[in-house]
Design a protein around this ligand. Structure first.
Ligand code: F6P
Length: 320
């Protein structure tokens, strides 16, 4: 391996810059050349490739977003697109590519590996929905951002003695909802993984709590369930308690990464370069059982994970 490329793909996540910085500096330190591929696979196909030097990543570790920009690229899901991508890598002398993104991005890396370009994936998504790893770059910042926002909504909810439905991101996964549910002491959490949604039960819970003197009722609703605004209208009609919906949206993806996201992303970035130097390909870096490890991408994509039943129960039991 002489030259490596690095790209970010899919939704951006805080900490991606720390990972890029680590890749660039670890690789340069090992005498490799580094090319930054802009706008994910879309930029690869457009040959938006720039040389990265030590100073290209100065003053970036504390910044949210991704300095390489990102995109979701349909063309790269086709065999022609993948072939073209591999040829462009060869044309630019890129022997290895580090792909920072989610499962969809790893599928692209898997295809590139099959076409002879060594690839390593780094888990970058606020959703924590990558089965092989207990940690994904950006999740920690996103839950902290959501937690602070929910605290603020709770203040006004209590003052007005309202019920608040707060919708958090996560695509089909409920990890952000579960974590903020516990951290914010929500009265109810609605998760796609435990979707036995019974609105009458929810209404009864709100009325019961109000009788017991609770001045607010916070419901964290996962994006995978959605429909928070219509839910709020129905709940207000059924309970007679003013109910508001707040959809936190993309603010959860931005902001300066937490210490954990900076540190873990940095370690993962360096780890990915070390793997490429050992000749590894089609691997994904993960954090599991308290250690940084790596898996074959095919294996990683076939793994499944679920919300912890225990954590879900804890959340429910504590919101009394
Ligand atoms: O995967 C990250 C994520 O923010 C999800 O939580 C959300 O469903 C999706 O991306 C939103 O994507 P976009 O920014 O393309 O609307």
């Amino acid at each position: 391996i002489k030259t490596i490329g690095v790209l970010t793909s899919g939704g951006d996540a805080p900490g991606m810059n720390a990972a890029i910085r680590a890749v660039v500096r670890e690789a340069l330190g090992k005498g490799l050349k580094v090319k930054g591929i802009k706008r994910g696979y879309a930029g690869l196909l457009q040959e938006e490739i720039v040389d990265m030097e030590v100073r290209s990543v100065s003053d970036t570790i504390q910044r949210g977003g991704t300095i390489l920009q990102t995109a979701r690229c349909k063309e790269f899901t086709t065999a022609e697109g993948q072939q073209k991508g591999a040829e462009i890598c060869r044309k630019h002398g890129i022997d290895g590519v580090i792909v920072i993104g989610g499962d969809g991005s790893f599928r692209g890396a898997q295809k590139l590996a099959g076409l002879g370009i060594n690839t390593i994936g780094l888990p970058g998504t606020i959703d924590l929905d990558i089965a092989c790893t207990d940690y994904t770059i950006g999740f920690d910042t996103a839950v902290n951002t959501a937690m602070e926002a929910i605290d603020k909504v709770r203040d006004t909810s209590t003052s007005h003695e309202r019920c608040s439905i707060i919708e958090v991101m996560g695509r089909g996964a409920g990890y952000i909802a579960l974590w903020t549910g516990i951290a914010n002491g929500a009265e109810d959490i609605l998760l796609p993984e435990r979707y036995d949604y019974d609105e009458q039960k929810l209404v009864n819970h709100i009325i019961e709590n109000r009788k017991r003197g609770k001045q607010h009722h916070i419901i964290i609703n996962a994006e995978g369930i959605g429909h928070s605004s219509s839910m709020a209208k129905r709940i207000e009609a059924a309970t007679g308690i003013e109910t508001r919906a707040t959809i936190l949206g993309h603010m959860q993806r931005g902001g300066s990464p937490t210490c954990k996201d900076r540190v873990y992303a940095s370690i993962m970035g360096a780890y990915a370069v070390d793997l490429l130097c050992k000749g590894a390909t089609n691997r994904v870096v993960a954090y599991r059982g308290g250690e940084f490890v790596d898996f074959d991408i095919d294996e990683a994509l076939a793994m499944k994970k679920d919300i912890s039943e225990y954590q879900f129960e804890v959340c429910k039991n504590l919101s009394i």
